[in-house]
Structure formats: structure tokens, C-alpha cells
Design a protein around this ligand. Structure first.
Ligand SMILES: Cc1ccc(-c2noc([C@H]3C[C@@H](O)CN3)n2)cc1F
Length: 331
């Protein structure tokens, strides 16, 4: 089996997140979910979610699905990197993405969500694509959609082809050769504690020389920006006149009229180049001459994150084989 599904930017002005249509239950209920390689819970806004916390999201109603089964005595609670979170109960039901169906997928129904989820009406939940060890369901952890689907896929892989301000795709079970140029470079993955953690071989700013330095970080499809060590990020923004690291705005801001240099990162002996335009993330407020950078320091996070700003410059293969590896190609 194999399948393809679109990755649709939530806001056409800037790529804050990407959502993908899925169907759950019988008859099928359609929701648009944020696929997240940085976590491993599949949760949805539901008929159980506090009404005061639902604002326009599509919901999953297990009581309307003839194939839904309550996973009695199981609960979950998750906190994301930005402090947002959600919690609730667990059902199993049929779950389909791009034509690939998993019967009895653990679907975590939210009873409560934090304000940033309530205010994001285009995101109806998340599909965790990290390693199942990160799943928060208690007392028995549940498997991700990918872990459940793996055995029925032609190949135990999924790929991410995210695009700048355009619709991209997630493919399951196959590698679409038309989606990239040159070769795919595969790197080892550290699966503990459960992220797709890999080590980049270094970086270059614009046309500058390549700095050979190992940068270990996670590939995270649900983090909008890219967060790297302070030394790396400082050397990038030093090239942009008027760029400052603003305490007020919580990161590097710069004049929107700037022509930003590209940022190249090493993957083995190959490399991926992020165009400068991708690093001009957004105006700090509508109409402002000041813009917020897509490349920020990871010093406060304790982890480096290759988020959408980096991922959308590449074709990325998440290989769930034994051992798992991550593949990068230019496109
Ligand atoms: C409103 C909202 C807030 C946060 C997130 C969110 N989901 O995953 C992540 C990153 C950080 C890490 O926790 C795992 N991947 N961030 C999604 C949202 F729709």
C-alpha cells in the first residue's frame, strides 16, 4: 500500500503550520490535522472538548462512528515546545490518510486544549509522527499512525515535501523520484528519546565559506522556524544590516526591506540551501517595516530544531526501517 496527502499552509501570508486532511470513523468524518514529526500523540478536537475552547474547528464525534471503541481507563496529556497543550480520553477507530487506512488507530479525543489551539481554527488536532516511545497515553502508550501503517506500506517510509507558501505533500510507503533532484543523502537517527534526531555536518552563510561543525538537532514538521546554536545564528544575522536580537520580540528582527543571505546546512558530504526569502518569516505586525527572522537561537530550548523553514527547502525521507534513518535531498 502507499498514499499521498497534501500539506496545506495554514496561513497564506506565512507558513505558521501545515494541515493535512484525514478521515476518522464510519461514516468517515474529515478533519485537517497538523502532522508533527516532533511528537507522537494523535489527538483531535472532539465532541468531548469543552465548548468554550472550540472556535470553528471541525470535531470528531466518536458517538457518531459505528467503528469507534472507547479505550476504557486511558487518558493523555501533552505539552508542546511553545507551552501549548491538550488532554483527554482515547478511542480506537478507522483512520485514513491519503488512501492508507489503519483500523483501530488510537485517536485521542481532547477534553481540554490551551488557548493557542482554540485560536487556531484551521488546526483540528495533531498526528504525531515521532517514535511511539513519546506517546503520552496512560497507562498503556499507543502506537503512531506510521507505526501502525508500516507493515502494510510498500516501504516503511514517509516523506515530507513542504513548500514555501504553497501546498506540498506527505507521501506514505514510497519515495517519489519526481519530487527531488540529485541524490538522497541518508543520515543515522538517534531514536532516544523519540525524536528524528540527526547530526548536520556544518553550515555556511550566503556565499561564505563552509564551517565544518556537528549540529545535532531534530527534524520537526510542526515547528514553524529553525532554531540553531547561538554562534551559528549570530554569524548569520551579522550579515544583515539593522538586524537585532530583540528581547521585546523574543528573537532576531530586521528591516523587511533587507535582502537576506541564504543559509546552507551540511547533510553528510552534501548540503541543503535555504533561500534567504524563506528566512524572512513575517512582519512583526501587519504592515510593520520590521520583520521576524525564520532562523533563531536555540539557546533557551536545550535542543536544536530543524523546523519548517529548513524542511521546506528539502525533500525529506523519514525511513522507519531497521535502523531508522533520515534522508535529505535538494529539490
Ligand atoms: C497552536 C499550536 C501550538 C503548538 C503546536 C505544535 N505542535 O508540535 C509542535 C512542535 C514542538 C514540539 O513540541 C513538537 N513539535 N508545536 C501546534 C499548534 F497548532
Amino acid at each position: 500500500e502507499k498514499g499521498s496527502a497534501p500539506a496545506i499552509p495554514v496561513d497564506p501570508r506565512f507558513d505558521i503550520a501545515y494541515v493535512t486532511p484525514v478521515t476518522i470513523g464510519t461514516p468517515p468524518q474529515t478533519l485537517y490535522l497538523d502532522f508533527d514529526t516532533g511528537s507522537s500523540d494523535l489527538w483531535v478536537f472532539s465532541s468531548h472538548t469543552l465548548a468554550s475552547q472550540v472556535r470553528g474547528q471541525m470535531i470528531y464525534s466518536p458517538e457518531k462512528s459505528t467503528t469507534a471503541k472507547l479505550l476504557a481507563g486511558h487518558t493523555w496529556s501533552i505539552r508542546y515546545g511553545d507551552g501549548s497543550g491538550s488532554l483527554g480520553n482515547v478511542y480506537t477507530d478507522n483512520f485514513t490518510v491519503g488512501g492508507v487506512t489503519v483500523t483501530s488507530q488510537a485517536v485521542q479525543t481532547a477534553q481540554q486544549v490551551s488557548t493557542s489551539f482554540t485560536s487556531e481554527s484551521d488546526i483540528h488536532g495533531l498526528v504525531g509522527l515521532g517514535f511511539s516511545t513519546l506517546n503520552t497515553v496512560y497507562p498503556n502508550g499507543q502506537l503512531t499512525f506510521f507505526d501502525n501503517a508500516k507493515s502494510q506500506l510498500d516501504s516503511p517510509v514517509f516523506t515530507a515535501d513542504l513548500k514555501w507558501k504553497k501546498e506540498g505533500t506527505y507521501d506514505f510507503g514510497f519515495i517519489d523520484e519526481t519530487k527531488y533532484t540529485g541524490e538522497i543523502t541518508y543520515l543515522p537517527v538517534q531514536t532516544d528519546p523519540g525524536y528524528w534526531t540527526f547530526t548536520s555536518s556544518g553550515y555556511a552563510v550566503g556565499d561564505g565559506s563552509f564551517n565544518q561543525v556537528s549540529i545535532s538537532g531534530i527534524a520537526d514538521t510542526a515547528t514553524s522556524l529553525t532554531y540553531l546554536p547561538t554562534a551559528v545564528v549570530t554569524s548569520y544575522w551579522r550579515q544583515v544590516e539593522g538586524a537585532v536580537n530583540s528581547q521585546y520580540y523574543g528573537g532576531y528582527v530586521f528591516p523587511c526591506s533587507s535582502k537576506l543571505p541564504s543559509f546552507t546546512f551540511g547533510v553528510g558530504s552534501a548540503n541543503i540551501t535555504i533561500p534567504g526569502s524563506y528566512i524572512n518569516y513575517a512582519q512583526i505586525t501587519e504592515g510593520s517595516p520590521t520583520c521576524f527572522g525564520g532562523l533563531q537561537s536555540s539557546s533557551g530550548l536545550g535542543i536544536n530544531i530543524w523546523g519548517d523553514v529548513a524542511l521546506k527547502a528539502a525533500f525529506v525521507v523519514f525511513n522507519g526501517g531497521n535502523p531508522p534513518t533520515i534522508g535529505w535531498a535538494r529539490k
